[in-house]
Design a protein around this ligand. Sequence first.
Ligand SMILES: *Cc1c(COP(=O)(O)O)cnc(C)c1O
Length: 397
Amino acid sequence: MKTVFTGSFTQQEPIPESAIETAVEIMRSGRLHRYNLVGEDEGEVSALEREFAAYTGAKYCLAVASGGYAIATALRALGVNAGDRVLTNAFTLAPVPGAIASLGAVPVFVGVTEQLTIDLEDLRAKAKFADVLVLSHMRGHLCDMDELMKICRSMDVKVVEDCAHTMGASWNGIPSGRHGDMACYSTQTYKHINSGEGGLLTGDDPQTMARATMLTGSYMLYARHGAAPHPVEFEQIKYTTPNVSGRMDHLRAAILRPQVQDLETQCKRWNERYQTVESVLWGTPGLTVVERPEQETYVGSSIQFLLLDWSDEKVNDVIAQCLERGVEMKWFGGAEPNGFTSRYDSWRYAPSERMPASDRILKGIVDMRLPLTFSVEDCAVIAQIIREEVSTVFQAA
Ligand SMILES: *Cc1c(COP(=O)(O)O)cnc(C)c1O
């Protein structure tokens, strides 16, 4: 009898009880809007901004409606206009090029390496086309951030970090999101903290963050933010910055605050699971484990491996046979976008030249979530199933 795994790959942990209690209190009060405050009350949203700024070390933090909205807001605040080209990763998720396109700007895709990070040679070649890079730390893989920043600074390219998968991670001891000019986080259910939907935007430049604050729809109430620039920073821009409404509410902020406090513990738990899967996968014939550089402190909330140069048919066989045994994996190489998974050539509103070296990598990427509802033992079972099915298909003629 072959073992079958019966856990759910989409089941996240419940929201902490303390967060539920505060959320219920807020609902009872009826005061959900961030500026619907009594007297000098700080309010949950402002407190979350203050606490998240302290957690990352950023000067300023702004809570918003989603991660994708945070990216679009960062780009607007940096002065990106319709028709401008914006660099971004060929290997990322649809909301990233979507945020660029939402401004009428044009994504220019940069290739991906076997480490699943942005191809710095390709970036060097394309940096002259744009003033801004949206750097997606896709699936939590950090590139050589020191080298990337050197390239971008020398070419006068501003960097917006998409930290949807790197909240809690760092490069050379510096938290992800603290290398570039601005950083965007998602608090959507599948990310590292969960409020259903939501996003956070951080940065150190007072004028840019003041514009971002006005953009999210602060009206003239920006002084009631927990980690916003000083009110003098708003005196000029308040007349010239449109309100592109996309605030966070107290309910979501209340749900998130205890999760920020727990984040470090949760990251450790993710890594126990990740390392368990990885250790079983090492040495599987035909399978390439993605090696993590020493400078990278990652958060293993999902795992990727490569079936490099496999035929579509064989990859499909592996995915199907694993699924039959309860192990749900996604393939980035599929020709058609599927579920949450798509690739640069699926985004036909942003045509690009083919990138053969990146296509080879994308074709080989298999991706799996590791929700914290799985025990470490579950992860060993899952990895063993993958190992068996990959070996069987690889060795079949
Ligand atoms: C989820 C995600 C986003 C966008 O976040 P939303 O909150 O869903 O808008 C951006 N980039 C990556 C890589 C993501 O996975």
